[in-house]
Design a protein around this ligand. Structure first.
Ligand code: FNR
Length: 384
């Protein structure tokens, strides 16, 4: 890992080490990928105020997120199928996060179960919920989350249906991988990946196995379509609030009207997110949506931010426009596919150093002091 200096280096390694269908699943977005690109491009439009001759010899990157101390304002976002990027991927990622003093969020669509992770780590982690049609299953899942002492629950609200991801369909993405001449050849060319997966504890969706119907020859997208509940509404937020005693966060808010609606619920926070450009293609980039959402929330709830963060500079930009902390998806996936726990640790370290350097060069000694005053303004985004 010595020659790895940025997230893109890890992306390239991931691409070499993991079969194409799983690399593409991690890397790509929905439809034309306009929103995926806008997430990145719009972030780069925000310029910093370079400040000089400020004593920044002592710096503090620590903060609190949802009432819990964190060594920096960063969270590993919920990402499905980590255990297909690297055997026991969820455990590797959670361990790296906890060692770095930041939160890890487990996806409903994980390969390792909630109980697998709880048994493998010392501290509480967070859990992300997709609401399925079978509400008995959802209630039982939340009870397992409580039993595992997860301290926060993220209700993802931007995926009543899978945004069509052409590449996943073309690759016929399924779990475990469907064996065709092409996939067998791909796996044979990546023996280290195959070895790690074979040594992983699980090969399918452990939170779901035995509770909901299996894939039965369908693709991931088809399975999602048949199981996810499209009737979910604001009423269900209150239902979940009444069951889960810890912090509750609504993940996937982009519109100020929805942010105002969220204020009426018992949720503790929101995530400004477009699912990393994997859902509604043509939706605004998250950074262009953030200022208006932050104004609507007016400090009444915690605001987390994701989609497009690839550097500590990007984290700084989101913090300046009103986020309390950032979540990352793909960056830590690249690290995981490239090198397991060490790869994820490297990602966190890279972002931390970049954020720290940006603070020095903008004359800010405490991450909690980053606000709109720290940037040279932001453009009137065409789509905001
Ligand atoms: C995701 N994301 C996601 N979100 C969620 O709530 N539950 C999930 O199971 C998943 N699964 C998932 C898989 C993959 C491969 C990716 C890339 C993303 C979305 C994720 O939590 C986060 O919102 C985005 O990844 C943020 O964008 P970046 O950091 O990837 O640009």
């Amino acid at each position: 890992m010595k020659h790895i200096t940025c997230i893109e280096d890890l992306r390239q390694l991931h691409k070499r080490r993991v079969p194409k269908a799983f690399f593409d699943y991690a890397d790509r977005g929905s439809y034309t990928e306009d929103t995926l690109r806008a997430n990145h491009d719009d972030l780069q439009q925000i310029k910093f105020r370079q400040r000089i001759l400020v004593d920044v010899s002592k710096r503090d990157l620590s903060t609190t997120i949802l009432g819990e101390p964190a060594k920096m304002p960063l969270i590993l976002a919920p990402v499905g199928l980590l255990g297909m990027q690297h055997g026991d991927g969820e455990i590797h990622a959670c361990r790296a996060a906890q060692a770095a003093g930041i939160p890890f969020t487990q996806s409903t669509m994980s390969i390792c179960s909630i109980e697998d992770i709880a048994a493998a780590v010392d501290k509480p982690f967070w859990f992300q919920l997709y609401v399925m049609k079978d509400r008995g299953f959802v209630k039982a899942l939340i009870e397992r989350v409580i039993a595992a002492k997860c301290s926060a629950l993220f209700l993802t609200v931007d995926l009543p249906v899978n945004g069509q991801r052409h590449i996943d369909q073309k690759n016929g993405l399924s779990v475990p991988p469907r064996l065709t001449a092409k996939t067998v050849l791909d796996v044979m060319m990546r023996p280290t990946w195959a070895w790690r997966i074979l040594n992983g504890k699980r090969k399918t969706f452990a939170n779901i196995d035995g509770h909901l119907p299996g894939f039965g020859g369908t693709t991931l997208a088809e399975w999602t379509q048949s199981q996810f509940d499209q009737t979910v509404s604001w009423k269900d937020v209150e239902w979940i609030r009444s069951i889960f005693p810890g912090k509750l966060v609504l993940k996937g808010i982009l519109d100020p009207d929805d942010a105002r609606e969220a204020l009426k619920t018992g949720a503790d926070g929101i995530v400004v997110s477009n699912h990393g450009g994997r859902q509604l293609d043509g939706a605004p980039s998250t950074i262009s949506a953030l200022p208006k959402v932050a104004d609507a929330i007016g400090g009444q709830k915690e605001i987390l931010f994701d989609s497009g963060v690839r550097t500590g500079q990007d984290m700084f930009r989101a913090l300046a426009l009103g986020a309390n902390a950032c979540m990352i998806g793909r960056p830590f996936l690249y690290g995981l596919g490239a090198g397991g726990e060490a790869g994820v640790a490297k990602v966190i370290d890279i972002l931390k150093r970049e954020l720290d350097t940006t603070m020095v060069l903008t004359g800010i000694d405490d991450v909690k002091k980053i606000d709109r005053n720290a940037i040279a303004g932001w453009p009137e985004f065409a789509n905001s």
